[in-house]
Design a protein around this ligand. Structure first.
Ligand SMILES: Nc1nc2c(c(=O)[nH]1)N[C@H]1C(S)=C(S)[C@@H](COP(=O)(O)OP(=O)(O)OC[C@H]3O[C@@H](n4cnc5c(=O)[nH]c(N)nc54)[C@H](O)[C@@H]3O)O[C@H]1N2
Ligand SMILES: Nc1nc2c(c(=O)[nH]1)N[C@H]1C(S)=C(S)[C@@H](COP(=O)(O)OP(=O)(O)OC[C@H]3O[C@@H](n4cnc5c(=O)[nH]c(N)nc54)[C@H](O)[C@@H]3O)O[C@H]1N2
Ligand SMILES: [Mo]
Length: 651
């Protein structure tokens, strides 16, 4: 079933991984770590599945070892949301709860495909609609899962009736979102001037925000027709969106990767905040900001300090409670870690889950230095590509998955996670583990810490290895909002973490309890005549880099993943027929990046825009193409050329 049942080791020059005992595996890793010239020569990656408990212990080990090199999948995912929200509302998280969906007037869904990626959200949307909410979708692709929804759990759903989900579908061009938001704001401002106080929430603006005057002054300088062209949505539809919002203030805006993975991802998120502030749609029922996360505990990982750059306050607290001086120098994020490998500054790479080589950009650029590392270690539930692109020596440590029974000293344990809405809940596996030889992630961390740090450590690793309750007790002392963690997590529905903006309070913004309007600029997305914009997306049959099947049923694609969705006019211009075999190229920085042998599929997508699946297209994403401030690879806008397929051997 693709699961791994025992630790395995690949010696230098070896061709096969071979079984190794846990003790020897830990000794080998400890030896490599302790031989480094500096702890900063190691990096410790995390994918977003690791529980709060294991994440906390992992960062504790890494920091006591002496580095902040904690890159994580967030760096490629919602980092732009974290940055954009922290700079505006003072906390890098969303502000809505599930109940808000059931009592709202308008939900805007931007750059997100919930039909495939967040199917459980569909029931919430269906219920919202039933309660009278209008849904506006913003997406370059007409996603079937956003257009209509068949709920298999209702009689009507089973009989094939479907709810129309989106009331208005705004087909922006790739990265046209910022222009669209400004266009909507401009129209609303016009209406506000005609009817002062009837469109914007002036009281909220007065009491809770700063920078309104400057913001609207600059907004006025934009030309509405130019904004419509910049987002490529017909003005009539933008007017319809503004009309829908005009007299409503219970508004929720959701977004995901279609917004975050752009050069200006942080700015687009700030513009989403601007719109919400104008309408006073935050800190009250049925309204707010909703970045929809990916991995089950990616938000919790960050709360537990899986972060290359945590604030001074949090590190001071860690020092006070845990009794050692944590390193203060900023560590590497994902892209910085790859570059550090290229420069020979990293020698050991340790991954707590994930599939680094397949998830990261510029696959060939990244693979080359990975192969030169002294040691790569992967803690994995399943085999994947990253086990094949390894250092001189390599170790795979198997672990329990979330669905496995986690027995410690004869007792089934539970762990806990935080979801997108800031709810912390426990989770307990039920399946019999595939082998008695598996350790949970927390045990792996504690045993490795003990083997590596030995008498240097001030932490009682044995105690924590055997007791999640003990781990939760220390988390309760270090992380704000987790006081009485062990009691609260045992409540049936878990507990909400404190979230000031949800209560209409804007602490930590640097503006005395107020939220700032921020000034953004439109991106310049220029392409040459023979170039296209490519956005990389998920199909229905995958979870990130794990491909379960070759179908993408909502988009009508079967038995094939190497497809490129193209506008029909573009196909005609280029002389491509349906099913044409093509090669894709990116030439950024004077390097040729090629993804060969794709099949052209005509699709309802704006001209000059194309889409293809991740991770097959990651070879095309230039390492230097990253979002400003969040350093997230721009996986949703890669400039490509498309040529008829040629075998690389034919010339
Ligand atoms: N089944 C399944 N579920 C998953 C995952 C999975 O792989 N499979 N992955 C998980 C993870 S880690 C994450 S982060 C989430 C990802 O969830 P999503 O963000 O929904 O995933 P993507 O397929 O990357 O798609 C983004 C959507 O944005 C649109 N889009 C692309 N470019 C733009 C743009 O410029 N503007 C706008 N407005 N839209 C754009 C695409 O057409 C697509 O509908 O899903 C999580 N859930
Ligand atoms: N071009 C392009 N690139 C992208 C994206 C994109 O949209 N386009 N999306 C980005 C995003 S949003 C994300 S989140 C990243 C995902 O990046 P990753 O999180 O690194 O990738 P996954 O495919 O989710 O990792 C899957 C592997 O995790 C391991 N695993 C699963 N569950 C567990 C567990 O409980 N414990 C442990 N130890 N291991 C486990 C399994 O071995 C499995 O093979 O990819 C990013 N890369
Ligand atoms: Mo993600």
């Amino acid at each position: 079933m693709g699961r791994i049942a025992q630790p395995v080791y690949l010696p230098k020059g070896g061709t096969h991984y071979q079984p190794i005992s846990w003790d020897n595996a830990f000794k080998k890793i400890a030896h490599h770590l302790n031989s480094l010239a500096s702890p900063d020569e190691a990096a410790f990656y995390t994918s977003g599945r690791t529980s709060n408990e294991a994440s906390f212990m992992y960062q504790l080990f890494v920091r006591e070892f002496g580095t902040n090199n904690l890159p994580d999948c967030s760096n490629m995912c919602h980092e732009s949301s974290g940055v954009g929200l922290t700079e505006t509302i003072g906390i890098g998280k969303g502000t809505v709860t599930l109940d808000d969906f059931y009592d709202t007037d308008v939900i805007i869904i931007m750059g997100q495909n919930p039909g495939t990626n967040h199917p459980r959200m569909l029931s919430a949307l269906e219920k919202a609609k039933k309660n009278g909410a209008k849904i506006i979708a913003v997406n370059p692709l007409f996603e079937a899962g956003l257009m209509a929804f068949k709920n298999p759990q209702t009689v009507k759903g089973v009989l094939g009736f479907s709810t129309q989900l989106a009331d208005l579908y705004l087909q922006v061009k790739i990265n046209g979102d910022l222009a669209l938001l400004k266009a909507i704001e401009k129209l609303l401002y016009g209406a506000e001037q005609e009817n002062p106080g009837k469109v914007f929430d002036q009281q909220f603006i007065q009491n809770k925000t700063v920078g309104y005057e400057v913001f609207v002054d600059l907004l006025q300088q934009y030309n509405i027709d130019e904004l419509a062209v910049a987002c490529s949505v017909p003005l009539s539809q933008i007017k319809e969106a503004a009309e829908t919002l005009k007299h409503k203030n219970r508004i929720i805006i959701c977004w995901a990767m279609g917004i975050t993975q752009h050069v200006n991802g942080v700015d687009t998120i700030k513009e989403i905040v601007n719109l919400v502030l104008l309408k006073g749609s935050i800190g009250k029922t049925g309204s707010g900001l909703c970045p929809v996360r990916g991995h089950s505990n990616v938000q919790g990982n960050r709360t537990m300090l899986i972060w290359e750059n945590p604030g001074k306050k949090q590190l001071d607290k860690l020092k006070e409670v845990c009794g050692f001086e944590p390193p203060r120098k900023k560590g590497y994020d994902v892209v910085e870690a790859i570059k550090a490998m290229q420069q020979g500054k990293l020698k050991v790479f340790f991954a707590m889950g994930g599939n680094f080589i397949s998830a990261t950009p510029d696959t060939l650029y990244t693979a080359e230095p990975m192969r030169k590392l002294k040691l790569t270690v992967q803690v994995s539930t399943k085999l994947n590509r990253s086990h094949l692109v390894h250092g001189e020596e390599a170790i795979i440590l198997p672990t329990l998955s979330r669905s496995d029974k986690d027995m410690v000293n004869g007792e089934a344990q539970f762990i806990s996670c935080e979801n997108s809405m800031g709810v912390v809940q426990l989770s307990k596996g039920v399946l019999e583990p595939i082998s008695k030889d598996l350790l949970n992630e927390n045990q792996i961390v504690c045993k490795l810490a003990k083997a590596t740090l030995g008498s240097r450590s001030v932490i009682d690793w044995d105690k924590y290895a055997d007791s999640y309750d003990a781990v939760r007790d220390v988390i309760a002392k270090v992380i704000p909002g987790f006081e009485e963690y062990n009691q609260k997590v045992r409540q049936p529905a878990g507990f909400y973490l404190p979230n000031a903006p949800r209560e209409g309070k804007f602490e930590n913004t640097g503006f005395e309890g107020k939220a700032p309007f921020t000034i953004t600029e439109l991106p310049v997305n220029k392409i040459a005549d023979d170039e296209y914009m490519l956005t990389t997306i998920r199909s229905h049959d995958q979870f990130n880099t794990t491909i379960y099947g070759l179908d993408d049923r909502y988009r009508g694609v079967y038995n094939e993943r190497r497809v490129i969705f193209m506008n029909e006019t573009d196909m005609q211009k280029a002389g491509f027929k349906t099913g044409e075999k093509v090669d894709l190229f990116n030439y950024s920085g004077g390097v040729e990046r090629a993804a060969r042998l794709f099949v052209v599929v005509p699709y309802n997508i704006p001209e000059c825009n194309t889409a293809a699946y991740y991770p097959e297209t990651n070879v095309l994403v230039p390492i230097d193409s990253v979002a400003e401030k969040s350093n997230t690879p721009t996986s949703k806008l890669i400039i490509i050329k498309i040529k008829k397929h040629q075998s690389p051997l034919s010339d």
